[in-house]
Design a binder for this molecule. Structure first.
Ligand code: HEC
Length: 147
């Protein structure tokens, strides 16, 4: 009982420390839109490299998508507040993010094997994940057009 209590306190303290360090780092982290534009660039690179069968570039771009940086806490809160205001379960939004990470990892694996059929399948899954989240979560005015 005593020990359990102490462990709970310790994990509370650890959680607090993580929250504080996240808040302190916020200024250094790219904001949501920048992360998204990075994903878009990496996806374009992966697509171009697929057409050229440049497997090393496909792998690198897919890994960059799979390991994309986390948005800062404040941005995550802003986006999750949008989900809540639209009655969308946060778990559903997270699931689309997981889908993108998983499919991008599988695309990288297919690139390592030079397996075009598999690569194309996972490339499509990546895009399905991007679009699934945008369908739920895009701003009222829509995503900005490509310039
Ligand atoms: C978990 C949800 C989610 C996933 C997954 C997701 N996006 Fe987004 N994306 C958003 C949201 C939300 C916005 C609008 C940003 C805002 O409201 O600040 C956005 C905006 C964008 C924009 C417009 C950025 C701008 O303002 O110029 C691009 C481009 C984009 N996403 C690309 C992608 C690509 C490519 C993928 C997949 C590899 C992807 N996104 C996956 C949620 C997601």
């Amino acid at each position: 009982m005593r020990i359990g209590c102490r462990i709970r306190l310790l994990s509370l303290a650890a959680g607090f420390a993580v929250a504080v360090s996240l808040a302190a780092d916020d200024a250094d982290l790219p904001v949501f839109g920048e992360i998204m534009r990075g994903l878009e660039r990496d996806l374009s690179t992966a697509t171009q490299a697929l057409v050229r069968e440049d497997w090393e570039s496909v792998r690198a771009a897919a890994e960059a998508i799979a390991d994309h940086p986390e948005p800062p806490m404040s941005e995550r809160r802003r986006i999750m507040a949008r989900a809540t205001s639209r009655d969308i379960p946060v778990a559903e939004v997270r699931a689309t993010d997981q889908e993108v990470h998983k499919a991008a990892g599988e695309l990288a694996d297919a690139a390592r094997r030079g397996d075009m059929d598999d690569a194309l399948r996972h490339h499509a899954e990546v895009i399905r994940g991007c679009v699934a989240c945008h369908d739920m979560m895009r701003p009222e005015e829509g995503l900005p057009p490509l310039r």
